[in-house]
Design a protein around this ligand. Sequence first.
Ligand code: F6P
Length: 516
Amino acid sequence: MSMRQRCDATPAWGQLRECFESRGRYFDLRAAFAADPGRYQALSLQAPHVFADLSKNLIDGPLQATLTSLAQQCGVAAHRDAMFRGEPINPTEDRAVMHWLLRHPGTDLPAAVQAEFAQVRQVLDAMLAYAQAVREDAAITDIVNIGIGGSDLGPQMAVLALDEFVDHGKRYHFVSSVDGHELSAVLRQLRPESTLFLVASKSFTTLETMTNARSAKAWFEAQGGRDIARHFCALTSHVQAAAEFGITTTFGFWDWVGGRYSMWSAIGLPIAIAIGPQRFRQLLAGAHAMDEHFRTAPLAHNLPVQLALLDLWYRNFHGYTSRSVAPYHSGLRRMQAYLQQLEMESNGKRVDTAGQTLPYATSPVIWGEPAANGQHAYFQMLHQGSDVIPVEFIAVKKVAHGLPEHHHKLLANGLAQAQALMLGQQDAGGHRHMPGNRPSTFLLLEELTPASLGALIALYEHRVFTAGSLWGINSFDQWGVELGKVLAQNLEPRLLSGDVTGLDASTAGLLQRLRG
Ligand code: F6P
């Protein structure tokens, strides 16, 4: 860990401050394009499966070079290499961070992770054989994933995104919230003999998941269901806890797979059932291709690194507080939810790895909707609101839906929005004035396939890693979610008993109203 240097302790940080004061804060995209005809070429990058146009961001070559030297001086490369050697780079939990190993083909692996890789391969083969058997089992028509956070968002996002590759002989349901509306709405559609419940929980203790799993099991038994081994499967790193719950069909994973980085592990089983083993392997291969890009490309041409540097530039110098994700593909409609956990649970931290309070901001708020809808809702604010919000467009060149006219209109809209954000509308006065100069990044996939989705998600994972590395934080713990869980445990019995002793007046008042 000693090789890490916090961003504000580097010479580049001071240089960036000077650059920002002298010209960064006055940077004008329109002037930058006029001054440099090669700007688009110079500021675009091709990574595996993902092309990125960074030229509508508030940087130029020299600024990008100074940002890149910040990454060098912070020791991002050494930190990254430590992750890829399997070192325990999650210091507060003393764990390695090896989700990348889940998609590794096995060649040229460091000796230190060979044993883990053998287990990875064993579980992957077993899980994919199981997925294939489920696919071939016509009697199973409904797959119900019960899980939350990382045990829900990745699989759900991917199954929706890869709809074109999904076996439509089965229906896929995702139950995450402890809100009984969710489970009961799904149960209403099911018959026990044709349902497979996947209970997905790394810890196998999460309140929402355990409550839903217990209720699902009770429903199954009440409906006359008997064969738990056939109709319930656990995906967890606590195999023993699953057995105690009564589930014997289990696929395991390891503490070095963070929940929000776990869709490549047994947690990906719903994806594997939906798209099949071969395509699941393509998803892994796409992610691995991005791992290799991150591991080997020079920092100046390394897409995750460059995106993270832009995040830092906007957050810590321009003071922008959020980033809007704008997918121009309805299959990516859970992307922003997935990214909210990935980015904000990873980098929503206010102390460095040594526990010192940081003097600068970290994760931006990530938000958005499929952008064709967003355009008719909140894009007004993106164009004319008082906050500048960098936008990340995600577009797909080729689609298979057979309605080319729709796709042209969709793409034209994506391009137009990015253009409008940048150009603005200078000559229209008053309420029609649009300041422009609003930054955006344009990510482009040739097609939305298992491989390109894998690469896109791995790109985001490594961007989050890099931003966390620059900020000097631990991107791999989530202590901030624990307090609410503890307090809920205290309040649940009080909702029944009405005991408000020792509670603050607001919580006590609301609790009494909820009982009344
Ligand atoms: O409460 C947050 C969290 O721990 C996430 O980090 C995790 O993805 C989610 O809950 C679900 O956890 P588990 O997979 O252990 O049920």
